[in-house]
Design a binder for this molecule. Structure first.
Ligand code: PMP
Length: 386
């Protein structure tokens, strides 16, 4: 057995053997036809994963933050206005980026664990002309999931571009980019796409590409500019390698292997599996007498955010680690020390979830929380076997 803990943080996550094998393939050059074939498959499969048959995928070495900045740098010009549907830490991050790239930012905020109502967003959108609306599909700091379909419809009604941070959702939550009218959605390889960290992944709609082409000022970054990356992606899609900046070759092979698994599971089945695992996790936490950070009905299926009960504190996260499972502490600055987070995305199966729940139960007992040992396991079991 590996000496690493079962990795149940909200990314990076446990990897499938075929993905690990791809990582350890011999180093090939980026002009190698084998690499070009894999890159081409990745580009074509991303359209399926994002449900964006007419979209333009970009895969660039970097993390999710780079994908976020790529969306902002290409679509925003100084003086533009942007509306941020703010559900936590990562909504604040894109707001900061929008400002750095010269946008005037309006936030529609809610209290921690909640998200602004559609009525509030509609009202804010009607107050002035916005070039773009940004939505954090799942804010990893609160586990709140936004209603992207309804918000994208509001953006469309007001003729604004709809930019979706799907870093903690794509590959786990339903996202029908094209039919919902989303203009840019981005993620990172290490989350529900189930590959190692290191790749920024973005899909732009034709409307987004047209908005980029219609810019008055050049993009203020060479590495982020669609103008540099579009010819590269078009060439690799045609299996004709072309150089701008050295791609992360083995990460592309690993992403190709993981997308193979996603597509063969089918996106619908994958979303349903995440729903089932999410439901089982939430049933377990509640059965242990724990309170969730997201308001009822807003909880994402890719992770849980859970308040420590009573006098239990962040030491409990170490207790879970000592039982062989890695989970995460808090992230949202307003409640950082008061809660913990458990990722359950990617190929998380019944066994991994039950092992995690058992480790959380043990650590909570040690920390003095009073509940019936096994209550969480039993609640999850009932749902998983329903
Ligand atoms: N957005 C969201 C919703 C995230 O969860 C994360 C990472 N946790 C990011 C953006 C930033 O991604 P990265 O850490 O890969 O830069």
């Amino acid at each position: 057995m590996s000496n690493a803990n079962l990795l149940m943080i909200p990314g990076p996550i446990e990897l499938e053997p075929s993905v690990l094998r791809a990582l350890s393939e011999p180093q090939r050059g980026h002009m190698d036809p084998y690499v070009a074939r894999a890159f081409s498959k990745v580009i074509r499969r991303l359209r399926e994963v994002f449900h964006a048959p007419g979209g333009q995928p970009f895969v660039v070495a970097g993390s999710g933050t780079l994908a976020m900045e790529m969306s902002v740098a290409n679509l925003i010009e100084p003086g533009d206005s942007a509306l941020v549907v703010n559900s936590g830490y990562f909504s604040d991050r894109i707001a900061k980026m929008l400002q750095l790239h010269g946008a005037e930012v309006t936030h529609v905020r809610a209290k921690v664990g909640d998200i602004a109502s559609l009525e509030e967003v509609e009202k804010a959108m009607a107050s002035k002309r916005f070039k773009a609306m940004t939505i954090t599909h799942v804010d990893t700091s609160t586990a709140v999931r936004a209603d992207v379909q309804a918000l994208a419809a509001i953006a469309k009604r007001h003729d604004a571009l709809c930019i979706v941070d799907g870093v903690c959702s794509v590959g786990g939550e339903a996202l029908q980019m094209e039919s919902w009218g989303v203009d840019v959605a981005f993620t990172a390889s290490q989350k529900a796409l189930s590959a190692p960290p290191g790749l920024a992944v973005l899909v732009a709609s034709q409307r987004a590409m047209a908005a980029w082409k219609a810019r008055k000022k050049p993009v203020a970054s060479m590495y982020l500019d669609f103008a540099e990356w579009l010819p590269i992606h078009e060439a690799y899609e045609a299996e004709k390698p072309l150089y701008f900046a050295t791609p992360a070759v083995n990460l592309l092979l690993a992403l190709d292997a993981s997308l193979e698994l996603l597509i063969s599971e089918t996106m619908d089945a994958r979303v349903k599996r995440h729903q089932r695992v999410g439901d089982a996790a939430r049933a377990a936490w509640r059965a242990m007498g724990l309170e969730l950070v997201p308001r009822e009905g807003l909880a994402a299926n890719t992770l849980s955010a859970i308040y420590f009960p009573g006098t239990v504190d962040a030491g409990m996260v170490k207790g879970v680690g000592a039982r062989g499972v890695a989970i995460a502490g808090g992230l949202h600055p307003d409640i950082r020390a008061k809660y913990f987070r458990v990722g359950h995305m990617g190929s998380t199966n019944t066994g991994a979830l039950l092992t995690t729940i058992a480790a959380v139960e043990g650590a909570l007992k040690d920390a003095g929380h009073r509940f019936e040992l096994g209550a969480g396991i039993s609640a999850a079991q009932r749902l998983l076997n329903a």
